[in-house]
Design a binder for this molecule. Structure first.
Ligand code: FAD
Ligand code: NAD
Length: 454
């Protein structure tokens, strides 16, 4: 067996792991990164990036043929699915190659292979044994498997749904959360019949009903069938029938030639010797403190392995911080908020506290895009921006928005929370016109009883 000594070993090259390794390299820490699949992890290869690329293709295809009030008409478009997937893959390759280049530039040694933990200072990859002083676990998460719907053939997970070689006639989406709705809407816009089956009484149950209503309205307008409160009993590939149980307990069948299982993701904790470390867990996740320390000295964990929220920007921020802590800097991971975006139509973005979390005494105000000039010029006026603030001193506690392209408001929302802005700060900032961001200013003005355009 070959042996290798290093100061830092990062296990997993997704956004948590590769950012930790790049930052460690920048700080002069001798670093080895072990990746069993492709650099970039779930996010770049089978998650954030390919899903947003596919959503963009679908939107483009849909817009060309959508009836509109602008007087623009076009012939029926055609879709070259192979070319669309090739384009998506080009975007992914560009990013993963970029990550490899950055790691090289910062002198991180990348070892391709499946790592097996021997102990808190030793990992084996094939016939190489690596000894380290610090071990960062960044092994990510995997899809929840439903026993009634084993993957294979017509039953796919998000990875399969992001790389189709053909489009189905009817896609049944099991799980009305982030993945189910983002990909369900995209497939519908590509011309596929779509049914979304959600176990809970509401779709996107983690968001409040006011926020999700414009998305529900749009899905119904697009012709997507929504089945909240339904349980899935199984799929028969021979008859291409999915058996469902409705809220009243009756069973039904659905003719469908593809089933997307999108019932959540869980930390990846098996198959690589994690149990040998006997770490303290928090449910299914590795428990960490606010410096990403686990219960074992010099063993750290970042990203999806450490539990909710399972978001790439959280993994990256933790990865950057943990490298600095290992380098001896005084750091802690205590963000004022971690924004979350759902790339539905319309998009949803949340940051900080909701009205419910802030309690009855909080100031809450919303400004609808129906009164925003830029939204009107985009022909997309559904949705609103909502602000939540402390009534005593107007400190902003949270933002929520649903509307066209509101993902880009995440920056403004996070910055205002991180900088401790008050309603007066946002209301008193001159916002460019005409922009969707004016709705942010108007929401703050409305909370102060000073809205101008409503
Ligand atoms: P991962 O990205 O999962 O990376 C872990 C890496 O570790 C993998 O490359 C894996 O191969 C490697 N690994 C695991 N075990 C070993 C081992 N023993 N040896 C060697 N290598 C190993 N988040 C967002 O913020 N925005 C989005 O828009 C978004 N969209 C998504 C869409 C989809 C379809 C999916 C599935 C997820 C999406 N996410 C999104 C979530 C995001 O992808 C994850 O939060 C993020 O990738 C987590 O980063 P990570 O580094 O913790 O883990
Ligand atoms: P999710 O937790 O968002 O949604 C899963 C949904 O499936 C839930 O609504 C749940 O009630 C439902 N469900 C569970 N079991 C079911 C069953 N047997 N039948 C019907 N419905 C069932 O999970 P996801 O959509 O799989 O996404 C996984 C994670 O990936 C998310 O937690 C998110 O953090 C991340 N992600 C983020 C983005 C983004 O940031 N835009 C996009 C995609 C994924």
């Amino acid at each position: 067996m070959n042996t290798l000594d290093t100061t830092l070993l990062v296990l997993g090259g997704g956004p948590g792991g590769y950012v930790a390794a790049i930052r460690a390299g920048q700080l002069g820490i001798p670093t080895v990164l072990v990746e069993g699949d492709t650099l970039g992890g779930t996010c770049l290869n089978v998650g954030c990036i390919p899903s947003k690329a596919l959503i963009h293709v679908a939107e483009h295809f849909h817009q060309v043929q959508a009836p509109n009030p602008f007087g623009v008409t076009a012939g029926a478009p055609t879709l070259d699915l192979t070319q669309a997937i090739d384009w998506k893959n080009t975007v992914v390759d560009r990013l993963t190659t970029g990550v490899a280049g950055l790691l090289r530039k910062h002198k991180v040694k990348v070892i391709h292979g499946h790592g097996q933990i021997v102990d808190g200072k030793t990992v084996e990859v094939g016939d190489t044994r690596i000894h380290c002083q610090h071990l960062v676990l960044a092994t990510g998460s995997c899809s929840v498997a439903l026993p009634s719907l084993p993957l294979g053939g017509a039953v796919v997970d998000s990875t399969g749904a992001l790389a189709p070689t053909t489009l189905p006639r009817h896609l049944a989406v099991v799980g009305g959360g982030y993945i189910g709705l983002e990909l369900g809407i995209a497939y519908r816009k590509l011309g596929v019949k779509v049914t979304v089956i959600e176990a809970q009484p509401r779709l996107l149950p983690t968001y409040d009903a006011e926020l999700t209503q414009p998305v529900i309205d749009r899905m119904l307008q697009l012709g997507i069938t929504l089945l909240p409160g339904h349980a899935v009993e199984g799929y028969d590939p021979a008859t291409q029938q999915l058996t469902l149980r409705d809220p009243a307990g009756s069973t039904h069948t659905l003719d469908t030639d593809r089933v997307l299982v999108a019932a959540g993701r869980v930390p990846r904790t098996t198959g690589y010797g994690l149990e040998r470390l006997n770490l303290t867990m928090a449910g299914r996740a590795v428990r960490i403190d606010d410096t990403c320390r686990t219960s074992m000295t010099n063993v750290w964990a970042v990203g999806d392995l450490t539990g909710e929220p399972l978001l790439a920007h959280r993994a990256m921020a933790q990865g950057e911080m943990v490298a600095e802590v290992i380098a001896g800097h005084t750091r802690a991971f205590t963000p004022a908020a971690i924004a979350a975006v759902c790339y539905t139509d319309p998009e949803i973005v949340v940051a900080g506290q909701t009205p419910e979390q802030a309690g009855a005494g909080a100031l809450v105000a919303m400004f609808p895009f129906a009164a925003n000039g830029r939204a009107m010029t985009l022909g997309a006026t559904a949705g609103f921006v909502r602000v939540v603030a402390r009534s005593s001193d107007h400190l902003i506690l949270g933002w929520q928005a649903v509307g066209p392209g509101v993902s880009e408001l995440a920056a403004a929302f996070s910055q205002s929370l991180e900088l401790g802005a008050r309603l007066e700060d946002i209301a008193g900032t001159v916002h460019a016109h005409p922009t969707l961001g004016e709705a942010v200013q108007e929401a703050a003005m409305r909370a102060l009883g000073q809205a101008l355009h409503i």
